[in-house]
Design a protein around this ligand. Sequence first.
Ligand SMILES: C[S@@+](CC[C@H](N)C(=O)[O-])C[C@H]1O[C@@H](n2cnc3c(N)ncnc32)[C@H](O)[C@@H]1O
Length: 407
Amino acid sequence: MNTRSLFRVCNKLIGPSIACTPCRHVGTYKTVKRPDPSTLKMPAPGTAPKLMEIIKEKIRLKGPLSVAEYMHIVITNPTEGYYMKKETIGESGDFITSPEISQLFGEIVGIWFYAETQKMGMGPGRPLQIVELGPGKGTLMSDVLRVLHRLGYKPKDLSIHLVEISDTMQTVQAHQLCASHKGCDVDSPHYCEGETTSGIKVYWYYDLKKVPCNFSWYIAHEFFDVLPIHKFEKTEEGWRELLIDIDENEKLYYRISAKETNNVNNLIRPPLDGGDRTELEAFHKHKVVNPLETPGASDLTADVDFSQLRVAASMTPGDENYALVVGPVTQRDFLRRTQAEARLKVLIDHAKSDEQKETLQAAYEMLIDPEKMGERFKFMAFYPSAMAAILEKYPPIGFSNLEKETK
Ligand SMILES: C[S@@+](CC[C@H](N)C(=O)[O-])C[C@H]1O[C@@H](n2cnc3c(N)ncnc32)[C@H](O)[C@@H]1O
């Protein structure tokens, strides 16, 4: 089945019966409330003196920190880390992500997974684990589950596995997704478990390696950019790591390591050696603030080099266990190729008021507008190498030209 007809069928199957929480109130139409895109904020700097002291103390004791060590503390320090102490995403937080803007986003992701799984003969009726890395407020998962329910998945066949480092965010996710939830013993692989109103089991992990190895979909949205990165520069003596140190005015600053650090040897090697570039990985801010000035007060993200990610995932380390990678393509291209506009039309046709129609339309524009989120955000997909022949026959939806897919 080609892309257009597949998404037409899915759209029909899901129809107007959109519920506001996963697998509940089916049969009644309700659009999911999202904020007015014109009121959305980007992160603003603040103050977090305590974390600054923690970092300086660490440098005094141990010497300069790598950028990765610095990011790790800033993002995950148990009391002052950026994601640990407050709800950072959404209308009341510092920034907004695509699933928080429109229900369309999570619905299209759900339909995409469904369509790709059909190719493997692993559709409804087969057990399925959905694993999400860094699930934020749980909104994306909630939208995906609602769609899967409409597409015929039964709660007994599904389990949800969330990898989340922040207890604050975990609580938000539990309230979004579960009717009940509880903490677990330290010897359990997961630290918390819960159940949705329809009976789907939900588990939380600090470590991805603890997630059971079963047939799974993996979702990682706005996740790679919060992972700690190392930063390197090419000098006349070769690659050197950028470190964070304290200057004579007690301020943090970057300096280039005098000698080759172990990270240079371990991380920069062909084909991941950056080619002709003189800098590898850099900080990127939604709003420009000095990442060394107020640690923990504003979001700290890496500008993910998707081409290097692609190389890393496609490497064949002596066995067949490598990934087939497609993308990156822009969010705009992906959503347009996966018929998001047709889905938007269904939602608008069933909206209760003109105001609701306008909000749905404005949110969609925000997702695809090249000046807003359309070009800046990218989609990539990773498949097991065993799927090569299937993908040759049925190319991944959304990653190549519509003309090619609809042949
Ligand atoms: C930028 S938010 C993305 C939220 C969500 N995926 C979305 O699109 O709305 C990053 C999420 O990853 C979590 N996180 C950050 N570092 C993490 C780590 N090392 N392991 C697991 N989760 C992490 C944060 O607490 C947060 O839930």
